[in-house]
Ligand binder design. Structure first.
Ligand code: HEM
Length: 404
C-alpha cells in the first residue's frame, strides 16, 4: 500500500487517488493549440456536442419506444409524438441532430482534406475519423429501422439485399443478417440492439482513440507550419503569450470553441423548432408493409452520394463501385504521395482535385435523390465515373507535386 499524506482539500484527495491534476494538465491546461487556425477547427467540438445531444435525446426516446413490429410505429408516431409531454421535442431533436451531424462530419472531413491534416504522423487521426464515419453511418441506418415505417422496412430490405453479393447470390448471408426471410421481428430486435448499445459504445471508444491520436501530433494549422510545440509552450508558460505560436486548450482555446458551438446551437434549434421536416421522410409516416413497395426507395441525404455510385452500373459492377466508395477515403493518407501538408490552394493540381471531388460529391448527392431516368441517370453515371477516376489519378498528380 502506497503512503498517503492527509489531504488538505477535496482536489488534493482526488489527485492522490486519480491523478486528476496530471490529467487536467496533459489533456487541457498544457494541451497546446496553434494560434493560426480558424472556426473550421471547432467542428470536432461541435461533433462531440452533437453526439452528446443524440445520446441524451435517445435515452428519453428509449423510455417509450417499443421494439416490436406490432407496436414500434405507434410507439413513435402516437405515444411519443402525441401522448408523452414534450415527446415531440425529443424526437425532433434526435432526428435533426442525426441529420445535421453528417453535415458537420462532411465539413470536418473536407477541412482535413483541404489542409492536408491526414499527413505526417496524423494518419491515425484520419483513420480513426473514418472509422467514426462508418460507425455513424451504421448508427444512422439502424436508427432509421426503428420507427418501422415504409422507408424503414424497404431501406432495410434493399441494404441487406446487398449482402447477397450480386450474381454470387449468397442468400444465406442475407437471411442470417435479417434473422428471417424478410425484415421482421428478429431484424428489428437486432437493429435495436445495435442502435442503442453496440454502436454507441463503439463510437465512444472511437472518439477516445481519435482524441488520443491527436494528442502527440497536435492539430494542424492554416499554413501547414511545422511548429516546435515544446519551444512555443515554454514561451507561453514564461508569460510571453503574444510571441508564442500556441495557446492552451483550457481555458483559452476552449472559450473560442464554445463560441462556435453556441452559434451552431442557435442554427440547430432553429431547425428543430421551425424546419424539422427535412429530417423526416414523408413515406416513413406510413407503417411498414411488406406487400406495398414505395415508388422510389432512396436513403437519407447523407448516403445519397454512395447510393448514386451503386445505381448507374449493372448489378455486379455497381456493387464493386459501391464497395470502392466505402473504403477509398480510408486510404487517403497513403494515396496522397506529396509530403506537402499545406492548404490545397498552394498545391497546384491537388487544388483542382479537391474542388472537383467536392462538386462531384454534390452532383452525386443531387442525382441520388432523383429517379434514375433519362438525363439524370446519364449525369449520375458520369459523376460516378469521375469519382473513380479522381481516386485513380490522385497518387499520380500528388507524386508530380513539387516539394514546398
Ligand atoms: C463524431 C465524430 C468526430 C468527432 C467527435 C471528432 C472530433 C475531433 C476533434 C475535437 C478534433 C480536433 C479539433 C478539430 O480539428 O476540429 C478533430 C480533429 C480531426 N479529425 Fe475528427 N472528429 C470526428 C470525426 C472525424 C471524421 C469522420 C474524420 C475524417 C475522416 C475526422 C478527421 C479528423 C482530422 C484529420 C483531424 C485533425 C485536424 C487537424 O489536425 O487540423 N474526424 N476531430
Amino acid at each position: 500500500m502506497a503512503h498517503f499524506e492527509k489531504a488538505k482539500s477535496l482536489n488534493e484527495w482526488l489527485d492522490q487517488r486519480l491523478a486528476i491534476n496530471t490529467l487536467n494538465r496533459v489533456l487541457a491546461k498544457e494541451y497546446w493549440i496553434p494560434k493560426d487556425i480558424n472556426f473550421l477547427w471547432a467542428m470536432g467540438m461541435v461533433l462531440a456536442i452533437t453526439f452528446g445531444i443524440l445520446l441524451v435525446s435517445g435515452i428519453f426516446l428509449l423510455m417509450y419506444y417499443q421494439p416490436n413490429v406490432d407496436l414500434a410505429f405507434d410507439s413513435v408516431n402516437f405515444t411519443i409524438m402525441q401522448e408523452v409531454g414534450y415527446g415531440w421535442l425529443w424526437r425532433h431533436v434526435h432526428a435533426v441532430a442525426a441529420s445535421v451531424v453528417f453535415l458537420i462530419i462532411y465539413i470536418h472531413m473536407f477541412t482535413g482534406i483541404y489542409y492536408g491534416s491526414y499527413k505526417k504522423g496524423r494518419e491515425l487521426i484520419w483513420i480513426s475519423g473514418m472509422l467514426l464515419f462508418v460507425a455513424f453511418s451504421a448508427e444512422a441506418f439502424s436508427g432509421y429501422m426503428l420507427p418501422w415505417g415504409q422507408m424503414s422496412y424497404w431501406a432495410g430490405m434493399v441494404i441487406t439485399n446487398l449482402f447477397s453479393m450480386g450474381s454470387l447470390e449468397l442468400n444465406g448471408i442475407v437471411e442470417w443478417i435479417r434473422g428471417d426471410y424478410v425484415p421482421a421481428q428478429a431484424f428489428l430486435d437486432r437493429f435495436f440492439m445495435l442502435h442503442v448499445l453496440l454502436i454507441p459504445v463503439a463510437i465512444l471508444a472511437l472518439i477516445g482513440v481519435h482524441f488520443g491520436a491527436l494528442r502527440l501530433p497536435h492539430v494542424n494549422n492554416q499554413n501547414g507550419e511545422e511548429i516546435d510545440f515544446a519551444v512555443e509552450a515554454e514561451k507561453y508558460k514564461a508569460g510571453n503569450k503574444a510571441a508564442s505560436k500556441v495557446i492552451a486548450f483550457a481555458n483559452d482555446f476552449m472559450s473560442k470553441d464554445l463560441f462556435v458551438v453556441a452559434v451552431f446551437l442557435v442554427f440547430f434549434f432553429y431547425l428543430v423548432f421551425w424546419n424539422y421536416g427535412f429530417a423526416m421522410d414523408p413515406v416513413n409516416f406510413d407503417p411498414a408493409d411488406g406487400l406495398v413497395t414505395p415508388a422510389h426507395i432512396y436513403p437519407e441525404w447523407y448516403f445519397l452520394w454512395s447510393y448514386e455510385i451503386l445505381r448507374p452500373f449493372s448489378k455486379d459492377i455497381g456493387l464493386v463501385a459501391f464497395a470502392f466508395a466505402q473504403v477509398i477515403f480510408f486510404l487517403l493518407p497513403f494515396l496522397d504521395r506529396s509530403p506537402n501538408a499545406v492548404p490545397a490552394n498552394r498545391r497546384g493540381l491537388f487544388s483542382i482535385w479537391f474542388w472537383a471531388m467536392l462538386v462531384d460529391l454534390i452532383v452525386l448527392t443531387a442525382m441520388g435523390k432523383l429517379p434514375p431516368e433519362g438525363i439524370y441517370s446519364t449525369i449520375g453515371l458520369v459523376a460516378a465515373l469521375v469519382f473513380i477516376a479522381l481516386w485513380i489519378i490522385l497518387p499520380i498528380i500528388t507524386k508530380l507535386e513539387k516539394k514546398l
